[in-house]
Design a protein around this ligand. Structure first.
Ligand code: NAG
Ligand code: NAG
Ligand code: NAG
Ligand code: NAG
Ligand code: NAG
Ligand code: NAG
Ligand code: NAG
Length: 864
């Protein structure tokens, strides 16, 4: 009897203890759940995630599942590789502090899960009375945004209830529909919004309209460390685990100003700690040193958002260059309306080196299809500040819930190109399961499951794989930041480097001994460049055949995947105007790719490097036509549409017979300095050639290549780099400068002096018009690569004509004609005939006159 009650007491006591330990650790709530995972685990940043089952209210309606494929861009297994899948409405329940604001983050990895077809997954998510997502398709969203996984972040207003319920409901509109989630974060935060925030577009009159942000729940749309680099969750302030992204991808046009960094420490005084980490305030973007230029442009960022919502736009500001008021005063426009006429950061913050924030609200009503938020800065000239400049350190955009407690927007739309690709692939997938499986399985992992545009995704995934930071959420740029933990996770874990038999059959296999012999044991004197995953060597095989050999850096885990991807992809692409893969070597830790050797190096070095050879107008046209053919083939001729993404004069190589070949397609190009920060990473995307629309919309289409090719055409005509910061500001960007001259009819004045008088006026006109069309602001206004090709051939025809009838102008080598040369045997034969000795790639070019460095100079320009 006695012992019995003691036992009961003990049990009760044990229960209390266990409740205390498990349910509510002391301090603010901080819950990280790895869903469908019974053990939990650590992520790439070292954060510990716990199993989710004990937070489930009705666990019988859900199953735990494991993703069948691991996309290489996942930063770590936890929390993405396991999921909880819901067949019927199911809730989680968390105990929280009802007086506090809560950060809620949902992680979705729309991969294939056994017995579930991810394309059928449509669901809604509610938190308390708030609708976070409705008819949400993680697969469509990830596809449209070219991301392997999606992160959604919400900040929930204090609810007065100490229970937070989170409910997943599969849509009843689709048969076989289910809901799922991979990771959940619930983090308590102090209130970070103000009672009143002024709505732009209503001030100036008697009334102003205020938004009560403290009474709103929100979805984070964008969070940027302007002029700085990616800040991972573990480096956020106050333990809020937010990620801060690079802003470069959102800048409108070529006028991206300059970035700079504080020399002195920023004072934390007055900063609540929840506002932003000090790192955000210690970097900024401003307009540049020249007051006359600054007077004439707006430093503008553009963001895509959902229509019919009100947004809170938060500017983080800190003046660390100047000390006094009225030194730098500027106007702030939000959606083309004046939000602030006289922003003087020192006046607002009370002192230099003091961080401060400024909020505005704006309603996006979707009229005229407008789904964008523009934030623009311009010096206020009227108040006569000492310097005509403006400044921004950080920017956040939050979507406010509407009167019905809704935050859900529509799924993003697939571009036409992607839709077509998806249909095509679905068909292909069914027909040729094994073949496609091999290609995708080795390349794009998680995205393969729902048979989407493998090549597109595959290219993008590869380009951005090294930056997990930029693929984590729907509000991120495709690329443009550097996340130092890039090499964690993924890597070799998701499989061997086995090359598919299909690819192997198309390529020659080299032994390591052969490779070593060809490169004199990787002698440094044979290095001709540094590419995707390591050094590129010049070498000789079969006694006298010159080749370029790309050696994988054994210490790079990513190299493994890239190596495989490249073989799979390149072995299927054979074209006279593409640099061809001859074979590969894989032995132990060593991996190498063997390519065609291009005797005459890059197009660029024949345009304006010290190099003596000056190309004639006709030679230039021939090279442009060849390159256009190669690109046209990539876009339309191969099995999948392939977007090159890095078209520039250094990626157009020329063989001994002056045949142009496009190189580095489907490849990410990682310079050796990629870990030094966002500048070089961004630069890798090749500034001066980047499609502004791609930046704005984050949607990659083949028209981005057309844009870059337009820049190449002007470069060929004017014989100057795409970016040349030593020129006066208005001439720095060739794209802008040439377009201005073209519109003013002064283009002739800026063409290569060597060409003056040697180009027929009608040819110049047609050529310039073609280039101009390529540079149209909107992709839809740009010609296809096929049209460009046709136009260039027409120019060539005109140029060669000596008064003959203009009717015989049908280009000689028609588009189709060149595509048929892809027969493997004949291509290999062609290699042999075009491979021969010649001048080498100019290695110095890489370091001396590297556009990458040119750009980093602009970006790094200190202050003024
Ligand atoms: C709950 O949140 C409020 C507001 O943030 C805070 O003042 C209070 O101390 C919190 N209570 C507990 C028990 O943490
Ligand atoms: C998955 O569902 C989609 C759309 O319902 C369908 O087209 C596709 O064939 C399905 N895939 C598989 C592997 O069953
Ligand atoms: C994050 O913080 C650590 C420790 O303070 C620092 O070493 C690291 O450079 C930071 N990383 C970034 C990307 O800011
Ligand atoms: C926005 O609301 C208006 C009026 O209710 C409606 O006509 C329009 O279709 C909505 N736009 C979007 C994108 O939902
Ligand atoms: C702002 O104005 C520009 C041109 O002046 C226009 O293209 C853009 O759509 C406008 N932005 C918004 C959000 O209204
Ligand atoms: C800057 O933007 C505002 C608002 O859209 C516009 O009125 C102004 O003309 C722009 N200024 C320049 C120099 O582009
Ligand atoms: C759900 O989303 C899909 C894909 O985005 C869309 O086609 C469909 O119309 C939506 N359905 C509803 C009921 O809104």
């Amino acid at each position: 009897m006695h012992s019995n009650s003691c036992c009961v007491l003990f049990l009760v006591y044990a229960c209390i203890v266990c409740n205390v330990i498990h349910a509510q650790p002391p301090g603010p709530t901080k819950i990280l759940l790895s869903c469908g995972n019974q053990k939990g685990g650590k992520d790439a940043d070292g954060r510990t995630w716990e199993p989710d089952s004990k937070y489930l209210v009705n666990s019988d309606k859900s199953v735990e599942s494991k993703a069948e494929t691991q996309d290489s861009s996942l930063p770590s297994d936890v929390p993405y590789m396991t999921a909880r899948i819901f067949n019927a409405e199911t809730s989680y329940k968390f105990s929280v502090n009802g007086s506090s604001r809560i950060f809620l983050r949902l992680h979705f990895y729309p991969s294939s899960y056994p017995n579930f077809n991810i394309s059928n997954s449509y669901f809604s998510v509610k938190a308390g009375g708030l609708t976070l997502l409705n008819n949400f398709s993680a697969a469509t969203t990830a596809l449209a945004l070219s991301q392997a996984y999606i992160l959604k972040e919400y900040t929930l207003k204090p609810s007065d209830s100490n229970d937070l319920s989170l409910t997943f409901t599969p849509s009843d509109k689709y048969s076989g529909s289910f809901a799922f989630v991979n990771g959940i974060e619930v983090i308590e935060t102090p209130e970070m919004f103000d009672d009143t925030t002024e709505m732009v577009g209503f001030s100036g009159g008697e009334v102003s309209v205020m938004v009560e942000a403290t009474k709103a729940s929100m979805e984070t749309m964008y969070r940027l460390n302007v002029g700085g680099q990616f800040i991972p969750p573990t480096n956020d302030s106050a333990g809020l685990m937010r990620s801060w992204y690079d802003d470069t991808a959102y800048i409108l046009g070529a006028s991206s100003g300059v970035t700079n960094k504080a020399n002195a420490p920023i004072t934390a005084e007055g900063l609540t700690g929840t506002l932003a980490p000090l790192d955000v305030y210690s970097t900024a973007r401003s307009m540049g040193p020249d007051p006359n230029i600054n007077k004439n442009y707006n430093l503008t960022w553009v963001f895509e958002v959902d229509a019919n919502f009100t947004y809170l736009v938060r500017l983080h500001l800190c003046e660390y260059l100047y000390q006094k008021v009225n030194q730098r005063v500027f106007e702030i426009y939000v959606n083309n309306q004046t939000a602030s006429e006289t922003m003087d950061v020192i006046a607002l913050a009370g002192a230099a080196n003091h961080p401060v924030k400024k909020d505005f609200a704006v309603h996006v009503n979707g009229k005229q299809d407008n789904k964008e938020i523009w934030v623009a800065l311009h010096p206020n000239v009227d108040v006569k500040p000492e310097f005509y400049d403006s400044l921004l350190n950080g920017l956040e955009i939050f979507k406010l819930d509407d009167e019905k407690g809704n935050l859900a927007g529509p799924n993003p739309e697939l571009s036409d190109l992607m839709r077509k690709q998806q249909e095509h692939n679905n068909k292909k997938f069914a027909e040729e399961k094994s073949y496609t499986g091999a290609l995708i399985g080795g390349a794009a992992g998680g995205v393969a499951a729902f048979g989407i545009g493998a090549a597109i995704i595959f290219v993008i995934q590869n380009k951005k794989r090294r930056n997990p930071g930029d693929s984590v959420s729907s509000w991120l740029p495709l690329y443009g930041n550097s996340h130092s933990s890039a090499t964690t996770g993924s890597g070799r874990s998701n499989g061997s480097t086995t090359i598919s038999s299909d690819a192997a059959a198309n390529c020659r296999y080299f032994s390591l001994a052969e490779i070593k012999q060809a490169t004199k044991n990787f002698d440094e004197s044979h290095v001709i460049g540094v590419g995707g995953f390591g050094k590129v060597y010049r070498g000789v095989i079969d006694g006298d055949t010159k080749v370029a050999i790309k050696r994988s850096n054994p210490s790079s885990e990513q190299g493994v995947n890239e190596f495989q991807t490249e073989i799979e992809m390149l072995s299927k692409l054979r074209h006279r105007h593409l640099v061809s893969l001859i074979g590969f070597c894989e032995e132990g830790n060593e991996m190498a790719l063997v390519y065609d050797y291009m005797g005459k190096g890059t197009l660029r070095e024949h345009l304006y490097n010290k190099n003596k050879i000056t190309l004639s107008w006709k030679q230039r046209l021939d090279i442009c036509i060849g390159a256009a053919r190669g690109l046209h083939y990539l876009h339309t001729g191969a099995q999948y549409t392939i977007i090159h993404r890095d078209v520039k004069t250094t990626n157009i190589l020329v063989d001994d017979k002056w045949v142009a070949k496009v190189s580095d397609f489907g490849l990410s190009k990682t310079g050796p300095n990629m870990n030094q920060g966002h500048v070089s990473t961004v630069v890798k995307g090749s500034f001066g050639y980047l499609d502004p629309e791609y930046f704005r919309r984050q949607q990659l289409t083949e028209k981005s290549d057309v844009y870059s090719f337009g820049v190449v055409l002007f470069e060929v005509l004017c014989a100057r780099p795409a970016l040349n910061p030593s020129l006066p500001k208005e001439q720095v960007s060739l794209a802008d400068y040439a377009m201005r001259c073209q519109r003013n009819g002064t283009l002739e004045e800026i063409i290569d002096p060597q060409l003056k008088g040697k180009v027929k006026p009608e040819c110049l006109k047609k050529f310039a018009e073609t280039a101009e069309k390529c540079l149209s602001d909107h992709g839809t206004d740009r010609p296809s690569m096929g049209d460009v090709l046709w136009n260039l051939e027409f120019v060539l025809q005109l140029e060669s004509e000596s008064g003959e009838s203009k009717h015989s102008r049908v280009p000689s080598g028609s588009v189709d004609g060149s595509v048929h040369q892809m027969d493997h045997g004949s291509v290999m034969a062609m290699h042999k005939s075009t491979l021969s000795l010649g001048s080498e790639y100019d290695e110095k070019e890489q370091s001396e006159d590297n556009p990458d460095e040119i750009f980093s100079q602009i970006v790094n320009q200190k202050g003024r």
